[in-house]
Design a protein around this ligand. Structure first.
Ligand SMILES: [Zn+2]
Length: 398
């Protein structure tokens, strides 16, 4: 009963009612005060108060005790109202190159369970859907959750995803090109499916629980084995007409450069991802190194590792300088594995950004400067963001 009422309110039914607006606001924001709800929804305080009385009575909304020390939400702000954690759950799924990760959270934004399904490269979609279903069932069973409380499943994909859910050809998982995530997972999981590119999911995680809380406009730049990105404007991820917005890694910065996996030449990804440091350090040291190895080596003062991270920062800063000249964002969040290098990466990257972008920090007032910072959920942002797809009604409001 509570679940069907919650689902219809999340779907905006009946349309435009204060109850639906409040429930959707709480689903997106987690725990917030009545005053914040009024500000965010534009509803009068008295209207919010009346609607909240009804929502609390029906068990959809609960009031948190002040300074709830036991709250396990990710970065939960001090607040008073939240959706009832028992009213519903949602699932995030990350389809990565060789494994699938699954996370379960409730509608109050508490994360309950997480599982990893190891797979080989090029795993087929129908197998992924079946294994995901089994992992979700196991999460629910182990935590004594009712499967009937599941409100939707968010799926993050390592490649561009169209608004309809189609994985585009430029995906790093070629066997998934042309596959519609909703058609593959919908019939097996029997749930509403929300699908997005992994960098867009990372941006949603930072916006809901991380370094971009309070920002309506920002850019995410991921430095991992590839280079990914996301653009958020007015609180929404910019997807582009076919899902290709924010693909910063494939801006060609050298028309006569090496061939990229996308078919273009001299893409930023060839110079600003983790691949080049891995290759060059392996060549010099004669042993295979991981991304974590390179960061550890740099932290210990290894000159080769430091140089390769600085070179990557220079190229990333150059690419970001162009993005800065296009968007002039208030905030740029650096994500991906290399962000774990912290200031070793950030200091030369900011210097390179300053050289290559139009608006220089020194020329504008402090509150007009672009902040460039490391993301808060770098290691888990994509999976968190997949959960966030459901909680933020991704695709429903856009
Ligand atoms: Zn490319």
């Amino acid at each position: 009963m509570t679940k069907s009422l919650l689902r219809s309110l999340l779907d905006g039914q009946p349309p435009g009612t204060p109850e639906s607006l409040i429930v959707r606001c709480l689903s997106q924001r987690g725990a917030i005060s009545a005053a914040q709800i009024a500000r965010l929804t534009g509803l009068a305080r008295s209207t919010v108060s009346t609607a909240l009385t009804g929502l609390k009575k029906s068990g959809i909304v609960v009031e948190l005790a002040a300074a709830d020390e036991t709250a396990k939400g990710v970065g939960r702000p001090p607040a008073t109202l939240t959706l009832n954690p028992e009213a519903g759950t949602c699932v995030g799924v990350h389809l990565s190159l060789d494994e699938i990760r699954v996370a379960v959270a409730d509608v109050s934004h508490s994360f309950i369970s997480e599982k990893t399904i190891p797979l080989g490269l090029d795993y087929p979609p129908d197998r992924a859907a079946k294994l995901t279903k089994a992992a979700i069932a196991q999460c629910y069973e182990e935590n004594s959750l009712s499967a009937s409380g599941l409100l939707g499943v968010g799926v993050s994909v390592s490649g561009p995803v169209s608004p309809e859910g189609f994985v585009q050809r430029a995906s790093i998982v070629p066997t998934w090109a042309g596959v519609n995530i909703r058609h593959v997972f919908g019939p097996v999981l029997e749930q509403p499916i929300f699908a997005a590119n992994e960098s867009n999911c990372a941006a949603i995680a930072e916006m809901m629980w991380g370094a971009a809380v309070g920002y309506e406009d920002f850019v995410l730049f991921k430095i991992d084995l590839g280079v990914g990105g996301a653009i958020v404007q007015h609180g929404r991820v910019v997807t582009g007409i076919a899902g290709g917005a924010g693909e910063f890694g494939h801006m060609s910065i050298d028309p006569s450069g090496d061939l990229c996996r996308c078919g273009n030449r001299g893409c930023l990804e060839l110079y600003a991802s983790f691949n080049r440091p891995l290759e060059q350090i392996a060549r010099v040291t004669g042993r295979r190194v991981t991304m974590d190895d390179v960061i550890r080596m740099a932290e210990q003062g290894d000159v080769g590792a430091l140089r390769m991270i600085e070179d990557t920062a220079e190229m990333a800063g150059r690419g970001l300088g162009m993005i800065g000249s296009v968007l002039n964002p208030p905030l740029i969040i650096i994500g991906g594995r290399m962000a774990l290098a912290g200031d070793i990466l950030l200091t030369p990257l900011i210097a390179a950004y300053e050289r290559h972008t139009l608006i220089k920090a020194r020329d504008v007032a402090p509150d007009r400067r672009t902040r460039i910072i490391i993301g808060k959920h770098t290691e888990n942002d994509v999976l968190l963001g997949a959960v966030g797809l459901v909680l933020s009604h991704y695709g429903r409001l856009q």
